[in-house]
Write a protein of this length. Sequence first.
Length: 265
Amino acid sequence: MAVSIKNQQDIEKMRIAGKLASEVLDFITPYVVHGVTTDQLDKLCHDYMVDVQKTIPAPLNYAPGGHKPYPKSICTSINQQICHGVPSDKALKNGDIVNLDITVIKDGYHGDTSRMFCVGDPSIQAKRLCEITYQAMWLGISKVKPGATLGDIGHIIQTFAEKNGYSVVREFCGHGIGKAFHEDPQVLHYGKPGTGLKLQAGMMFTIEPMINAGKRDIKQMPDGWTIVTKDRSLSAQWEHTILVTDTGYEVMTLSDGSPAIPDFI
Ligand code: MF3
Ligand code: CO
Ligand code: CO
């Protein structure tokens, strides 16, 4: 599949979808507390998307090749869960770190973004993993401009994560996005500078590093979706949807509640 170049109309619609996805995270933030179940978070987000935003939760019944349909409207990945955690009747507890990954469809276009949340007061190590992963995502974003390569993005994320004693998940990556949830290219969060696809203005893709406190190896749970660290170490992830502009990048998935951009950017 070729990598599509978005036109002005595509870009305008992606801005709207991206902001709406981020606003779901703003909306849900006060509910991410000790005792809430991830099913409750799923229902709150689902109803906000469908009833308030008039968006479609893209994960619901999403069934890419080889997968059974995803049963919920958001992904909730707690502690050692890397990604695609399926909401359940299990309650969050103090000290948990949890990724909420939101993808909405508005007017045919997708906005995809995720953040880490602290429940109560997690360990210093858990908070550090969340912070380093956030910085890693932004370092990747900072490399985006015409003429740069996907390898430049992967390399800076990998180097920074490993320098901090962490590992980068290899089996899942960022992705092109637009009218489809997952398009070409694949955006690896590791790699070598100057290698891979050369970026052009109008390309749109996510950057969504998954970083483990321990080893990089993964395991899929029997539900067919939830991915965990094989060594049960903590894992964190952040995600933005990014447009390559003539001069650099534009982040599609920002809203009033987005955490501050690191000052080294
Ligand atoms: N939002 C995820 C991503 O960033 C994909 C979730 S697919 C699902 O690509 F089916 F698990 F929801
Ligand atoms: Co994504
Ligand atoms: Co996502």
